[in-house]
Design a protein around this ligand. Structure first.
Ligand code: ATP
Ligand code: MG
Length: 367
């Protein structure tokens, strides 16, 4: 897909902005704090209906204003779509081709975007929670049913934990209730684990290939699911169900003592290996960054596999962090396939041959 036009109104530090003349590669240049990330964020918000930087929509509205609006014209395989979001105190409203959508879920997917921002390094360096959120976001974007199971699982988890907190000394009395929560926890948990494992397999295929490309074949990237029960490879729902149930019964006393659920997808993780060594522990800063980048870029291929069309790519502050070789390889990976928006503080950090076909935008104080 290809973004033809973008309009912002009272969005962050943009009062009113109308851009067209986008190209395949778009360089957004400007000094610090001028609005480069805000511009990329606006495109991502149009894809996901929420920001990668905040869960509070209010922060997207310019200081002193009561609403913000973002819209874009997107050229897709089967025609042009007008996507529009409006944020105000009353919440957010989404329009597709001028028609208000009752459900945001019907709006999501009209524009697909993959963003790589400096904080994505945390996918490799950060806590397991960051990696789970990465999985949840990426799978959810292409599989709405995944989000359904995730929401249900989280609801059950809260209630099960509440029950565990009061269960000390009342085990017999609460046994039936716990049994009910177990069944629901396992039902949704198994679906989540299965989908995550399938996703990681597909992600592995592309991430390995892209990582190989960016590093000129010097690094082999591998991923594996790190489950809180059972083996990493098991995808069979019946087997997972049984293993999960057994694990819960084994952990029962410990769970009651600690007042929380100790196994399940909310305790799982992913491990990354570079040439056989754990990237989290042994990877250099550049290797970890390249790993995070390969994972995000793999998502581009997965979206294409899923919907038959490439998403747009948003690269925030990524070029200055890579050596010139990796920089060139990165841009060439998706050249002429994926419309790309890249921010940078200066043109010096960018390989000159890359500039010839790029559309260049200078940002200054939200203009
Ligand atoms: P850097 O190179 O440092 O990453 P940037 O160009 O990416 O800078 P942005 O993150 O886009 O900068 O932010 C630009 C400015 O937007 C900041 O000065 C910030 O104070 C301002 N800003 C953020 N939210 C709002 C808002 N709701 N209303 C008005 N201004 C805002
Ligand atoms: Mg920025």
């Amino acid at each position: 897909m290809f973004v033809n036009k973008l309009s912002l109104q009272h969005y962050r530090n943009y009062d009113a902005l109308n851009l067209d003349s986008f190209g395949d590669v778009n360089l957004i240049l400007g000094r610090n704090a001028q609005g480069k990330t805000n511009l990329l964020e606006a495109l991502l918000v149009l894809a996901l209906t929420k920001s990668h930087r905040t869960s509070k929509d209010r922060e997207l509205i310019s200081f002193g204003q009561d609403h913000a609006a973002v819209s874009a014209e997107v050229e897709k395989k089967y025609g042009t779509v007008q996507v529009e979001l409006r944020f105000s105190n009353q919440g957010k409203k989404a329009k597709l081709n001028g028609l208000e959508q009752r459900k945001l879920s019907e709006f999501v997917g009209a524009l697909n975007a993959v963003m790589f921002a400096p904080e994505d390094l945390e996918i490799v360096k950060g806590t397991p929670g960051v990696r789970r959120r990465f999985l949840d976001m990426e799978i959810g974007q292409v599989q709405p049913s995944y989000l359904f199971h995730l929401q249900q699982y989280q609801k059950v988890l809260v209630q099960r934990n509440n029950l565990l907190k009061q269960a000390w000394g009342k085990e017999a009395e609460l046994a039936v209730m716990l049994e009910i929560w177990n069944e629901q926890l396992v039902e949704h948990g198994v679906k989540i684990i299965k989908k995550r494992k399938q996703f990681i397999k597909k992600l592995q295929k592309w991430a390995e290939q892209i990582h190989d490309g960016i590093t000129g074949g010097s690094e082999k990237l591998e991923l594996s699911y790190l489950p809180s029960f059972g083996e990493a490879e098991t995808e069979d729902e019946a087997v997972l169900l049984e293993q999960f149930m057994i694990k819960l019964s084994q952990m029962k006393d410990q769970e009651i003592r600690r007042g929380m659920t100790l196994a399940g997808p909310h305790r799982d993780d992913i491990t990354f290996y570079i040439n056989g060594n754990e990237a989290q522990t042994y990877g250099s800063q550049g290797q970890q960054r390249t790993t995070a980048l390969s994972l995000k870029l793999a998502e581009i291929e997965l979206i294409n596999e899923e919907i038959g069309e490439y998403p747009i790519l948003l690269l925030d502050d990524v070029l200055s962090e890579l050596d010139p070789y990796r920089q060139t390889q990165l841009i060439e990976t998706f050249q002429s396939k994926v419309q790309t928006f890249i921010t940078a503080t200066g043109i010096e950090s960018i390989n000159e041959s890359r500039l010839q076909n790029a559309s260049i935008f200078h940002v200054q104080e939200g203009q």
